[in-house]
Ligand binder design. Structure first.
Ligand code: ATP
Length: 553
């Protein structure tokens, strides 16, 4: 199922849900731009009065300092609002992506490596965050600042305005050139530091092999090469950094000097550049103010450029096809009709990719309360049958029915009551021992948790732990066999009607296997059981064998 979702729709949602915040941000940005322009104008008046030997009224001085303070305040407010807005976008985006993750089909996870999906959640969202906190909004504010300063300069001195019109783009190009070189050097440095960080633990991990095979010199040389690279990259970055500021100061001084010289010349040139002393002071302040936003715009363009790829990747993720929506009306207190047979594979064909058919025209039925073992060579498709049964995949042909309902149409809320799935190994979740069994399902009471643990014979062992059922789970708390018992307890805690057992004793010794089979015997009582097993002696109950790989059974 294709769905139309994107960063744009998340943004629209955030803006419409925080109208007041958006409006306040716009007002504060406009206020910050306006108040940044005012202090030099007041200064101009003060200086003009000074040069005319007139007294300076107190209110002018107060207005000047008041405007400086207000401008600083609004500038901070602008940064705060932009950061808050960016955080809201990050939060909204991560929530939307997390919800999307739950709606993705199992095939997505088979096609995409976990690391790459994680990187979309972490790195790409961070990049989008910087797009808002240090990108488009700040760039818009800075561009407005530059334009309004240029407009004031034009108004005050036409000659200087025209001069600035030439100088500003040149300065911007120069700033970008410096920034690109600094960034390149920083990236090279980051790569070199990454290599150093990898090299040290690798050396420690393989130190015995290095010494026994006399590779110390090689490892030492490699380390020296990495830190040499880092040294040169940092050197370059520092060099560009140190010469950029003097160049900017030199250019701004040249502009001011040209204005002063031209203003001092007589005739038309003086008229063109003519300014009072006060205006000259104000203009010097404005010229200096142009450089900061120009420098910021360069960095903001950089952020926007690197965010474009992140936005693209996030939009790709949000537009991934989703699972078919299930009919919630089949949820709840068993509206699924209890028809016989309980499970039915009706001429099912399935392939993960077009080239390899895994199941071809498979038919079998399992009655209610029946116990069945699926056997077949490795790769015959036994685990695939479970995945189809759990509705994680849909068959390409035929139907998979559970109590007469297509498996993929059964809602998740119903599945926990319907299926108990025990995998080959236990996957713990971060939480307490009780939470390993309940999986944070509020519908499963503490009594049900303890009953499940009792059923598999783990109750006493759990009570013996320092905090009993509230003991946080770590790797070393139980043996592999005990963890496998815990996964049976987890599967039966919600009293499911069907138990799916996937090679659960595959990697256990015979003593532990016996304990687990005993626990299973109790857990399977009164339930429909489907198990996958390579070892037929696993059948303690009267299991019917279904061989996968042969045709209709
Ligand atoms: N997510 C997947 N994407 C593509 N192919 C897959 C995927 N999962 C399994 N397969 C392929 O489908 C075939 C059947 O796999 P399945 O795990 O169902 O076999 P099995 O009978 O359970 O094997 P085993 O007894 O070794 O566990 C195999 O060839 C496997 O490589």
């Amino acid at each position: 199922m294709k769905n139309k979702n994107s960063l744009g729709s998340v943004l629209r949602k955030i803006i419409s849900s925080s109208k007041w915040m958006t409006l306040t941000t716009v007002i504060i940005i406009a206020g910050a731009i306006a108040t940044a322009l005012l202090p030099p104008l007041v200064l101009e008046r003060i200086v003009n009065r000074l040069t005319a030997h007139q007294p300076i009224p107190l209110y002018l001085a107060l207005i000047y300092f008041g405007l400086l303070a207000l401008s600083g305040l609004l500038e901070s407010g602008q940064n705060v609002m932009i950061t808050v807005f960016g955080q809201k976008v990050t939060h909204g985006l991560r929530s939307e992506m997390c919800a999307k993750l739950q709606r993705l089909p199992a095939a997505y996870f088979a096609r995409h490596e976990a690391g790459k999906t994680t990187s979309r959640f972490v790195n790409d969202v961070d990049v989008v965050d910087s797009l808002f906190t240090n990108g488009i909004i700040s760039m818009f504010a800075d561009a407005c600042k530059v334009l309004s300063i240029l407009a004031v300069i034009f108004y005050k001195s036409l000659g200087l305005g025209i001069l600035m019109l030439w100088v500003t783009p040149l300065l911007f190009v120069m700033t970008r050139l410096f920034q690109k070189r600094i960034l390149k050097a920083q990236l090279a440095n980051r790569a070199a530091v990454g290599n150093v960080n990898n090299h040290v633990p690798e050396t420690i991990r393989t130190i015995r092999m290095i010494r026994t095979l006399f590779r110390q010199k090689y490892m030492e040389q490699k380390y020296d090469d990495y830190i040499e690279e880092s040294y040169h990259a940092t050197d370059k970055s520092n060099l560009y950094d140190s010469i950029y500021s003097p160049i900017v100061i030199f250019i701004s001084s040249c502009v001011i000097a040209v204005m002063m010289i031209c203003a001092a010349l007589g005739g038309q040139v003086q008229q063109f550049f003519g300014v009072t002393v006060g205006t000259a002071v104000a203009i010097i302040a404005y010229v200096n103010k142009v450089f900061d936003p120009l420098e910021s715009i360069g960095m903001e363009i950089q952020n926007i450029q690197s965010a474009v790829a992140g936005v693209k990747r996030i939009n790709e993720f949000l537009n991934e096809p989703e699972r078919e929506k299930t009919d919630e009306s089949v949820t709840g207190k068993g509206p699924i009709p209890n028809t016989k047979p309980c499970i039915c594979f009706d001429h099912v064909s399935f392939c993960y990719d077009k080239e390899n058919t895994v199941l071809n025209d498979l038919c079998f039925k399992v009655e209610s309360d029946e116990a069945v073992t699926l056997v077949g060579r490795t790769g015959a498709g036994k685990s695939t049958i479970f995945r189809l049964l759990l509705g994680l995949y849909c068959p390409n042909e035929g139907r998979v029915l559970v109590d007469g309902v297509e498996a993929s149409k059964i809602p998740d809320t119903r599945k926990r009551k319907l299926f108990g799935y025990v995998e080959q190994s236990f996957h713990s979740v971060s939480g307490t021992m009780a939470e390993q069994i309940s999986l944070f399902d509020p519908a499963i009471s503490q009594k049900q948790v303890e009953d499940a643990a009792r059923l598999v014979g783990l109750h006493e062992s759990i009570l013996a732990l320092p905090e009993g059922y509230n003991t946080p789970v770590e790797k070393a708390i139980f043996s592999q066999g005990q963890f496998q018992l815990l996964s049976i307890a987890r599967a039966v805690a919600a009293s499911p009607e069907i138990l799916l057992l996937d090679e659960i004793t595959a990697s256990l010794d015979s003593d532990t296997e016996r304990r687990i089979l005993d626990a299973l015997e109790r857990a399977c009582e009164g339930r429909t059981v489907l198990s996958i097993s390579h070892r037929l002696h696993v059948n303690t109950r009267n299991y019917r064998i279904i061989e996968i790989g042969s045709k209709c059974l």
